[in-house]
Write a protein that binds this ligand. Sequence first.
Ligand code: R5P
Length: 301
Amino acid sequence: MDTVLLSGRSNPVLGGKLAAALGLKEGRCLIKDFADGEIKVEVKQEVAGCHVFILQSTASPTGQNLLELLLLADAARRRGARTITLVIPYFGYARQDRRVSGEEPVGARLMTDLLGTRCDRIVAIDLHNEAVEGFASVPLLHLSAVPLLAEAYRRYRSNDNVLVAPDSGAVKLVQRYAALLKLPVATIEKIRKSDIDVAVQAVTGEVKDKAVVLVDDMISTGGTMVAAIKALHEAGARKEISIITSHCLMAGQASARLEQQPIQRVITSDSVIPQKTGSLPIEISSLADGIADALQGLLRL
Ligand code: R5P
């Protein structure tokens, strides 16, 4: 049975690497914007009877990338694809996983509902909340960048490191790094004041005179990291900071805010193309081989 990889426009570099890792040429598609803002998609590749993988991160421009993904999947289905697997390295709206005031939608559920209408399976990486898997009406394979990024950090590891979760949501994640890197853990209690502003209420754990490694699933506006770094320094941590994060979105003023911090390195994956990195020392490890292994595993099912 033939296999075809199609890529949307969100992450062409990862698309090329994934095709190489799968031993495939990327499937031919035409994707462009109409003058009125709609997206035109044509799947030029023969996909009838094929297992089709479609790669697209639903990062900014989120709405456009989502719709482009759905259009690609619809076109592939109408051309007779046997199965369609959506490979979504960064799954946008995963943070909208519950209602807080009762006035919001559950955006993560809406995403899985929409995507589930046009595919047989979803593959995602380090979802903000694993509960998203439970929302999905199609099987969702949840991969993780943790082993890849822990290995990328290993050459910097030292015994005076402490891994820090910058909020309660990152505690499980930091524990996974701690198990791989054999390092102690500290945690921060954070409250979010707005989408760009957060405040730290407490630091728990031994950070004094330690070289901190902050661990989070994503950097969006950088507000969480900036507040965490300030609180850690007030608690006596050393000035040098490392960050490990699966998804380096770098939205809005993130790079300008983080450039002012004593950050030695940001270890991340190529799940998204950061919006703006400025002079930040960002070290990117590719997810391509790990995703390719997982997709080959699915083909054997
Ligand atoms: C929130 O719970 C997430 O895990 C991240 O901490 C957060 O989304 C990062 O966003 P920002 O960089 O805008 O603070």
